[in-house]
Design a protein around this ligand. Structure first.
Ligand SMILES: NC(=O)c1ccc[n+]([C@@H]2O[C@H](COP(=O)([O-])OP(=O)(O)OC[C@H]3O[C@@H](n4cnc5c(N)ncnc54)[C@H](OP(=O)(O)O)[C@@H]3O)[C@@H](O)[C@H]2O)c1
Length: 328
């Protein structure tokens, strides 16, 4: 088969399609012919040599796919050849074939295209895990979602709405904020023009955000506490803006009885990922058919144009997901 390999750590020009050995499914795995793969920021870090794949994972980038089951291991009874599936992966999604643990794969909602299905796993499972499992977001609470127009952000806005919460966003342009409003955000702040805490307090009549989903990190550490409600929960999922906070007065945490958690999905155990995928599939997948949830696909690239797809993401141009169409 062919896969997109990283020639050596560096820029998008390091990504090239090459012939590689076919993966062989174990007894508890399925072999999937990949038709679409999602692009994620982690793929960029991996390309740069800053985020090596976990041991036992194919070296090619790609954390999520959709495709068709081509072979089924003898211990796997959930799937048959020809079924349409989508899944998170520890890596290796930029390829014509991948093996996926039988229990991890999710069914594709019938009316979705493969490109739409590939836009679901990584961002919706991340948003579900962080907002619902970790932060315990509930009905009538306010959720502040930073990078609201990002892949994770667009999923988080929709899931917050599903649980009856009120999502608010930050984003880098008025256009992105308008887009987030269409998805269900009650308001937003262009962080390039103004500080977000006063506007968040304003939007919530002084209450603040009960939950903050933060991929930005250091520069938002103190502003998040300022915008937080009493007993608020902050979940850090990345540090796109930096990792070091120079000086923190811990009183700011006590003032809000704040909880701060950091989480990564990729490094979780397979059992954890299976439990997450199965709960999400059981409780949320049918909502893609009813239209209550929708995969947000910004742009579909042929996988031959993967370099361009990475450049597009690095320029912060996407609203929602960038998808690679994988063909022969
Ligand atoms: N921990 C986990 O389990 C987990 C899982 C999935 C993803 N992630 C991480 O979550 C982050 C978002 O992922 P994604 O795939 O949704 O990203 P994405 O679709 O590529 O969107 C990222 C957006 O973040 C904004 N941004 C970039 N740098 C920023 C900065 N310094 N300050 C403020 N905003 C900034 C940009 O939008 P603006 O125009 O609004 O600035 C950019 O378009 C990534 O860092 C990713 O690695 C973590």
């Amino acid at each position: 088969m062919k896969a997109i390999v990283i020639k050596e750590p560096g820029g998008p020009e390091q990504l090239v399609i090459q012939e590689v050995p076919d993966p062989v499914p174990a007894a508890d795995e399925i072999l999937v012919r990949v038709t679409a793969a999602g692009v994620n920021r982690a793929d960029i870090l991996q390309r740069q040599g800053k985020y090596p794949p976990p041991p036992g994972t194919p070296p090619y980038p790609g954390l999520e796919i959709a495709g068709v089951v081509e072979a089924v291991g003898e211990q796997c009874h959930r799937w048959k050849v020809g079924d349409r599936v989508c899944s998170i992966l520890s890596g290796g999604g930029y390829a014509q074939k991948v093996t996926v643990p039988c229990e991890l794969a999710m069914p594709v909602p019938p009316h979705l295209t493969d490109e739409e299905a590939a836009a679901i796993p990584e961002v919706f499972l991340t948003a579900y895990q962080t907002l619902i499992w970790i932060a315990g977001l509930k009905n009538d609470e306010f959720a502040l979602i930073h990078a609201g127009a990002s892949g994770v952000g667009t999923a988080a806005i929709q899931l917050a709405r599903v649980v009856g919460a009120y999502p608010m966003v930050t984003a880098g342009s008025e256009e992105k904020i308008a887009f987030c409003r269409q998805l269900g955000a009650i308001g937003g702040v262009n962080y390039k023009k103004e500080a977000f805490p006063p506007k968040i307090l304003d939007l919530t009549n002084g209450h603040g955000a009960d939950v903050v989903l933060d991929p930005v990190g250091a520069p938002y550490f103190l502003p998040n506490l300022e915008a937080l409600a009493m007993d608020g929960r902050i979940v850090l999922i990345a540090t796109m803006g930096g990792t070091r906070v120079p000086e923190v007065n811990l009183r700011a945490l006590f003032k809000k009885r704040a909880q701060i958690t950091a989480s990564t999905l990729r490094s979780r155990s397979l059992d954890y990922k299976i439990a997450l995928s199965r709960e999400f599939a059981r409780t949320m997948m049918s909502r893609f058919d009813s239209g209550e949830l929708k995969p947000v696909v910004d742009k579909i690239f042929s996988w031959r144009d993967v370099q361009e797809a990475h450049r597009y993401m690095e320029a912060n141009l996407n609203k929602g997901k960038i998808i690679l169409r994988i063909d022969a």
